[in-house]
Design a protein around this ligand. Structure first.
Ligand SMILES: C[S@@+](CC[C@H](N)C(=O)[O-])C[C@H]1O[C@@H](n2cnc3c(N)ncnc32)[C@H](O)[C@@H]1O
Length: 292
């Protein structure tokens, strides 16, 4: 398998599900499909499947304008984005200068390229890639880890250029996931479609993302997948009793799996994830974790 590449270090990225979802598509004759990621984040699975030529079109939707702008510019304004990355001074001064972009919530508040640049900057310089977190090394930069320790310009630019070559196969939208998916209904009739829903975590979403879900939002997602027709879908969640309760009566399939399975110790630790789908779900093979 080719090495997965992604310019974002994203909290909750589902790279480890790529092999599993790849196998799921193959088992259901969905190779070459239009693959929707309505909670895009780093779009780790979709971009991996695109590079494996397992899907034809990747449709990304993301509510966070900094993340949306980043992907839009990766695919539609590649050169200018790469030039900005090449020139950036990765310092605490730049981190402070870019603060106004973290306050913006509406796309029209700034040029898209500036939003994209700020989104990437905060993603690569903040703790764990969390956009609303403090910088690596702290505000005072007194730690042994400096703000630029995760900002390898050459590598980031190389990855962006490689991904940009797929631009004719990628659509990027800034919207609420469910509002967006309802607008795509006609496509589900006309195209071979698959949707991978990876909503904000039930337990920790509010700590990690700038947009997260209330209980009512989680209910709405469950109601949406109950009613959507002509669409094959998979949802990944943290394994919370509240979420299990939402899907218990839908006739869908569950597959608990352990995302942070440790290959070294071969011990299952905490952090169980839940997969829910309207397709038959094969068991998660432990061996797959070794391909992570
Ligand atoms: C669990 S993360 C997705 C991670 C992604 N699968 C990956 O591999 O990187 C959830 C994402 O949903 C986004 N989000 C939150 N609320 C949203 C909404 N109402 N509509 C669309 N995206 C939303 C968050 O900003 C976050 O990027």
């Amino acid at each position: 398998m080719p090495m997965m590449i992604n310019p974002l270090r994203y909290p909750g990225a589902k790279r480890s599900l790529s092999n599993y979802i790849d196998a799921l598509l193959q088992a259901n004759h969905l190779q070459g499909c239009t693959f929707f990621e309505p909670y895009a984040g780093s779009a780790a699975v979709g971009l991996e499947l695109l590079q494996r030529n397992q899907i034809n079109t990747l449709v990304l939707c993301e509510k966070d304008i900094l993340i949306y702008a980043f992907w839009e510019c990766v695919f539609r304004d590649t050169d200018r984005l790469c030039e900005k990355i090449e020139r950036v001074n990765v310092s605490i001064t730049t981190w402070h200068e870019l603060q106004p972009y973290r306050e913006m919530t509406v796309l029209g508040d700034a040029e898209l390229l500036e939003l994209a640049y700020a989104g990437l900057f905060f993603n690569r310089t903040n703790f764990s890639g969390i956009l609303k977190a403090n910088p690596i090394g702290g505000i005072r930069q007194q730690s042994k880890y400096a703000i630029d320790c995760r900002f390898n310009k050459g590598k980031i630019i190389e990855i962006i250029r490689k991904l940009a070559a797929y631009r004719d196969h990628v659509e990027v939208y800034c919207n609420d996931a469910l509002f967006f998916m309802r607008s795509q209904d006609q496509r589900f009739l006309n195209e071979n479609c698959f949707a991978f829903f990876d909503p904000p975590y039930y337990e920790k979403g509010a700590q990690i993302y700038r947009h997260y879900y209330t209980n009512q939002d989680h209910v709405q997602l469950a109601n949406y997948v109950r009613r959507v027709h002509h669409l094959n879908w998979l949802i990944s969640y943290d394994d919370a009793p509240y979420i299990c309760g939402l899907y218990g009566d839908t006739g869908t399939r569950y597959q608990p799996m352990f995302m942070d399975y440790s290959c070294a110790s071969r011990v299952r630790t905490t952090g169980q994830e839940l997969l829910i789908s309207n397709l038959p779900l094969p068991p998660f093979a432990i061996g797959e974790a070794e391909n992570l």
